[in-house]
Design a protein around this ligand. Structure first.
Ligand code: ATP
Ligand code: MG
Length: 466
């Protein structure tokens, strides 16, 4: 039987908690800090219920003293209702959880159960160890599954050539990482790698960002003029990220650089021809964009000559263990943690999720799980918790969204219409409305934002009378 220690200065509370816990656990009690430390020394518990307001020693000090003696113990702190500052402090200090008074029986049982379980899981669990972070190679592509090996082969074939490469793949699949890798293996490796995110820079600024401007080009500009990214990348590589978001007029200028290797600064007349290799990336279907007139077909062909297509994470789940080990190493360094590895069962949990945000989403999930980890390795439980807070996790939908869907569902049932069509229509209408609001009613931009064609958008607007 696991041992649980109750620390509270009120005899009534001690008695009451002891009564409900002693059916399941060996229960000790203490009335103050000194008593608690003595009880721990006599018989180390798996979990401690600790009242934050004890006479004498302050809660923080006692918590630190306890954790100093028994680092693995799950301490559940009891605070007064509504004391959020203490709640945060308590978790920062390494408490397992906190409860507020008045105590709810079922919650006490549940939290203690989890606390005890976590400690038990730490004993004798089989862990896949990761090498310490010092041997880390930054910016390394991880994965040996066939779709990743195919990517490496393509990188090897084109890295040394000066050709333009279009890197395609869904969001978070590693497009920028591939661009950096191409640069690193090129003959230009010692020259600059300059990345420009065409989606992040406002359209009217992108041109001067890329090409720079001449002295006196416009009011308020630097009187000496300024070099653009093309010039900054001289001798090296220019990476045009999200190239599909460039406006048509600018596309023409970029095409000209790719064809003639010449351009002029804004407001300048000197013709410049820096030696730059261009790489581009997109997560949008450029073909459709071309068909709709949003992207120049000649630029598309020019970029699309050599293409590297990155696989979605769900198409190379065999790489999950290596990716997990890689992120633990990297994030140990970044977060100042010392996790020594992960529980193999965690991998199965990760493989049950579809990863719409691909490797970047995986990295964020691992980060969240590591921050919350209570043991010196990444447990399956920690991964399960991190996944359940994922906005679109299977079965773990954001509660606000879930309640909205439930309302619409129930109303449809009452109205006697099919809930599927009704709920989908509601969501679709909202999505279109949000996109139109964000783009101030500009249909071209809204369609682009939504990732649908303008024709489709127009149909939806009509359908929902927006
Ligand atoms: N194969 C991989 N091995 C190791 N890390 C990876 C891999 N793929 C992606 N990452 C990591 O995932 C994160 C996202 O990668 P990156 O920024 O290259 O994706 P992206 O395709 O450019 O995404 P977006 O379309 O959202 O811009 C980065 O931290 C990157 O280091
Ligand atoms: Mg990117």
């Amino acid at each position: 039987m696991e041992r649980v220690l109750i620390v509270d200065d009120e005899p009534g509370v001690r008695h009451f908690l002891k009564k409900i816990l002693e059916r399941t656990y060996e229960v000790d009690t203490a009335a103050d800090g000194e008593g608690a430390l003595a009880a721990i020394a006599a018989a180390p518990p798996a979990a401690i219920l600790l009242d934050w307001k004890l006479p004498g020693i302050a809660g923080v000090e006692l918590l630190r003293a306890i954790r100093g003696r028994l680092p693995e113990v799950s301490v559940v702190v009891i605070t007064a209702f509504g004391d959020t500052d203490t709640a945060i402090q308590v978790i920062e200090e390494g408490a397992f959880d906190y409860l507020t008074k008045p105590l709810d029986l079922d919650t006490v049982r549940e939290v203690i159960g989890r606390g005890v379980h976590v400690v038990r899981a730490g004993e004798g669990a089989e862990i896949r160890e990761v090498a310490p972070g010092e041997r880390l190679k930054g910016n390394q592509l991880i994965g040996n599954a066939p779709p990743m090996v195919a990517v490496y082969k393509q990188i090897a074939q084109v890295a040394k050539l000066d050709v333009t490469v279009l890197i395609r793949g869904d969001s978070g699949t590693g497009k920028e990482l591939v661009a950096r890798t191409l640069h690193r293996y090129s003959r230009r490796a010692s020259a600059p790698f300059v990345a420009v995110n065409c989606a992040a820079i406002p359209e009217n600024l992108l041109e001067s960002e890329l090409f720079g401007y001449a002295p006196g080009a416009f009011t308020g500009a630097d009187p000496h003029g300024r070099p653009g990214r093309f010039e900054q990348a001289a001798g090296g590589t220019l990476f045009l990220d999200e190239v599909g978001d460039m406006e048509l007029a600018l596309q023409a200028k970029v095409l000209r650089v790719l064809q003639d290797h010449t351009f002029q600064r804004l407001g300048g007349n000197a013709t410049l021809s820096p030696d730059v290799r261009v790489l581009a990336a997109t997560n949008r279907p450029l073909e459709e964009w071309v068909a709709e007139g949003g992207f120049r077909i000649d630029l598309f062909h020019r970029l699309n000559g050599v293409t590297i297509e990155l696989p979605a994470l769900r198409d190379h789940f065999d790489d999950l263990p290596d990716l997990l080990a890689h992120f633990i190493q990297r994030l140990n360094v970044e977060l100042g943690l010392h996790l020594r590895g992960f529980e193999p069962a965690a991998v199965a949990l990760l493989a049950a999720y579809p990863w719409p945000g691909n490797v970047r989403e995986l990295e964020n999930t691992v980060r969240r799980a590591m921050v919350m980890a209570r043991l010196d390795y990444l447990s399956a439980d920690a991964v399960r918790d991190a996944l359940s807070t994922q906005a679109h996790a299977v079965g773990g939908i954001d509660p606000r969204c879930a309640s909205l869907v439930e309302q619409a569902f129930d109303r449809a049932v009452v109205d006697g219409v099919g809930p599927y069509a009704a709920v989908m229509a509601m969501v679709e209408r909202l999505v279109v409305k949000v996109a139109l609001a964000r783009t101030k009613g500009n249909q071209v931009q809204a369609a682009r934002l939504l990732g649908i064609t303008r024709t489709t958008l127009r149909k939806k607007i009509e359908e929902y009378g927006l």
